[in-house]
Design a protein around this ligand. Sequence first.
Ligand SMILES: Nc1ncnc2c1ncn2[C@@H]1O[C@H](COP(=O)(O)OP(=O)(O)OP(=O)(O)O)[C@@H](O)[C@H]1O
Ligand SMILES: [Mg+2]
Length: 254
Amino acid sequence: MAPAIEFSHVAKDFGGRRVLADLSFAVARGELVTILGSSGSGKTTTLKLVNGLLTPDGGTVRVGGKPLADQDLVELRRHIGYVVQQTGLFPHLTVGENIAVVPRLLGWPKEKIQARVADLLALVRLDPACADRAPRQLSGGQQQRVGVARALAANPPYVLFDEPFGALDALTRQELQGEVRRIHRSLAGKTFLFVTHDINEALYLGQRVLVMKDGAIEQFAAPAELVAHPATPFVADLLATVQQNRALWGWQDD
Ligand SMILES: Nc1ncnc2c1ncn2[C@@H]1O[C@H](COP(=O)(O)OP(=O)(O)OP(=O)(O)O)[C@@H](O)[C@H]1O
Ligand SMILES: [Mg+2]
């Protein structure tokens, strides 16, 4: 079976500056892959190349086995959920209406939309009464739950997350990381690409972690493999910070 998402020698330039160079990787259907890298390493650019918000200046991006250049991007984006840090919720719509945006666009009947909103609120563990509230009446963590529900509304096979929990406090963030893992497991076969600059988040969530630096891949491997065999000094340094944290938190270990 073709990979769900495949980059072959992808390059991207901004204003004559190459920010991604010769990026090649493949994500299998149903995988949860985290993309880890420091600010400016090209993580958001990579995600936007997947949903066609950006087009490559070299190489090929394939989603579902087919080059993006050969796909109707409006149609494709309906099959790709997108969760961003600022939630992007419409402030003048209720939570329920926010979740229903894509099903409405798809012309679903009203009853089906209502049932879907109720199911999704349950999936992200929000009170059903939230549906009628305005986003600003929810906490930051609850708003991100709505963002996740909205991204999943039309049951897309692919979901992209761009540092969705970056602005949340540590505890809320941990809670939502657990939710993403649970949701990914419960919705078999969906491919999640999750961008973060937090190594703990990347290792906890990712079945594989794609480590980026300066627009190139340092290593793409399962967390245990990264820890056992860091491929570059950069990856080794990143992991050293985790080891340091472990030492600091040693009293918490079993
Ligand atoms: N529209 C744009 N025009 C010009 N340069 C851009 C544009 N978008 C991104 N860049 C540059 O491309 C590089 C990669 O940016 P990108 O947003 O992908 O990084 P990132 O890894 O997502 O960083 P962060 O963690 O800060 O979100 C950066 O140097 C950035 O300044
Ligand atoms: Mg970014």
